[in-house]
Design a binder for this molecule. Structure first.
Ligand code: CMP
Length: 140
């Protein structure tokens, strides 16, 4: 499945704002097929592991606290060139510079509460997918 999947999480503030459905619609309208989907709340250890690459960054603790503050939607998306195309649909990490028509422009609150996560490489898309989904939860 390398190259044609990416992993996303709709983050707690977007969920609290009731934007989960609208974001899933933007994803489907963007040509992505949703091949796995679940609503869940991440534990502290889940979030620490998932964002482990950022553990030395000043925003890490705040990010872990926020990501465990309520339910998320986790999903696996399928499309040619999925990682790059989904990052375009998300818009830049900082919503103040996110382009018109992007998920973050429409639904982000700030850099931490930036509506949704998207994998940054094909390799991480697979690692992140396996982190959240068992093989029999993926309809590829
Ligand atoms: P995400 O795509 O989930 O991956 C890492 C997250 O770290 C990112 O979205 C942001 O929410 C957060 N992040 C990255 N850079 C910063 C920053 N400079 N300040 C606060 N949060 C950040």
């Amino acid at each position: 499945m390398s190259g044609n999947i990416t992993f996303t999480m709709i983050k707690p503030m977007a969920m609290r704002n009731g934007a989960g459905g609208a974001i899933l619609k933007m994803i489907q309208d963007g040509g992505f097929e949703i091949i796995a989907l679940k609503m869940k709340q991440m534990s502290k250890s889940d979030a620490e592991e998932f964002y482990g690459i950022h553990k030395d960054k000043p925003f890490y603790e705040n990010l872990v606290e926020f990501m465990t503050s309520g339910p998320i939607i986790a999903a696996v998306l399928k499309k040619d060139n999925a990682v790059e195309d989904y990052r375009k649909l998300l818009g830049s990490t900082n919503p103040e510079t996110a382009e018109e028509g992007t998920i973050r422009r429409a639904f982000a609150t700030n850099m931490t509460m930036n509506a949704a996560h998207g994998s940054d490489s094909d390799e991480n898309a697979i690692i992140e997918t396996k982190f959240h989904f068992k093989d029999d939860e993926i309809f590829n």
